[in-house]
Design a protein around this ligand. Structure first.
Ligand code: ZN
Length: 253
């Protein structure tokens, strides 16, 4: 069984060993692809170093809406350069966050700038959204992001009607440890009923999960909700990730 964790923060500025230990733990559990989303500009080069060191580790550099204030011309030039790296599979995590310090106006400007780079370079996006779902979906629709490059709406927790709109635009939804919480009835229905081709898995470590192997707990829950085996869940979610992130290489060890 081969899994793909489409959203895992491996890189920490202070400890290379901690990151390496997480890669090893993932590998033992059959997680053959790890995609690290970017948060701050300062993390991008460390993420790339980690990707260069481990064949199964990839990167999705980008500026998180929490740090929208860091965006400038130098960041734009650097990001455009990084997307050409063979281990860079997406731009992320980008989006809108109602709890961030920067205004939504500033966040929107930074989001649009990064979406434009992704569209120009034909690379998918990793989306982050908090309490701005309708507005983010409108922007994505306006630019036809889903049909032109695709992406993952990460940390998905919304109801089935909204999920259907996201998927209809051409996006996948990232299913993570939120699924394991109590009182997520709407999300259970979403995961059970969405088209199988729209589902990918994530841990969002270290924010949402403690162990890389928590991905398997999420996978087991997805399998139970859809009435399929763990093996089938691994196959379909990894195939979805490989179709979307087309720079993921064959890793059939
Ligand atoms: Zn994240």
């Amino acid at each position: 069984m081969h899994f793909c964790d489409t959203h895992i923060h491996l890189y920490t500025p202070d400890s290379e060993e901690a990151a390496d230990a997480r890669v090893v733990a993932s590998d033992v559990a059959g997680i053959r692809y790890l995609i690290q989303p970017g948060v701050r500009v300062a993390d991008w080069s460390g993420m790339l170093t980690l990707s260069d060191r481990h064949s199964q580790v990839y990167a999705a550099p980008g500026l998180h809406p929490m740090y929208a204030d860091q965006w400038n011309e130098d960041a734009a030039v650097l990001l455009r350069e990084l997307v050409r790296h063979p281990k860079v599979v997406a731009i992320g995590e980008i989006g809108l966050d109602a709890a961030a310090e920067s205004s939504i106006k500033v966040q929107e400007k930074v989001l649009r700038a990064q979406l434009q780079i992704a569209l120009d370079e034909k690379i998918p996006v990793m989306l982050h959204c908090r309490h701005k779902n309708g507005f983010l979906l409108d922007i994505l629709h306006e630019l036809q992001v889903g049909s032109r490059i695709g992406g993952v709406w990460h940390g998905f927790s919304a109801s089935l009607p909204f999920a259907r709109q996201v998927v209809a635009q051409g996006f996948c939804v990232g299913i993570g440890p939120i699924l394991l919480r109590d009182n997520v009835r709407k999300l259970l229905a979403t995961v059970a009923d969405l088209p199988a081709s729209a589902l990918v898995l994530e841990t969002d470590l270290p924010d949402m999960a403690r162990m890389p192997t928590d991905l398997l707990k999420v996978a087991r829950k997805v399998a139970a909700l859809r009435g399929i085996s763990l093996q089938q869940t691994a196959q379909l979610t990894t195939a979805n990730a490989r179709r979307l992130f087309h720079k993921l290489q064959d890793n059939n060890r």
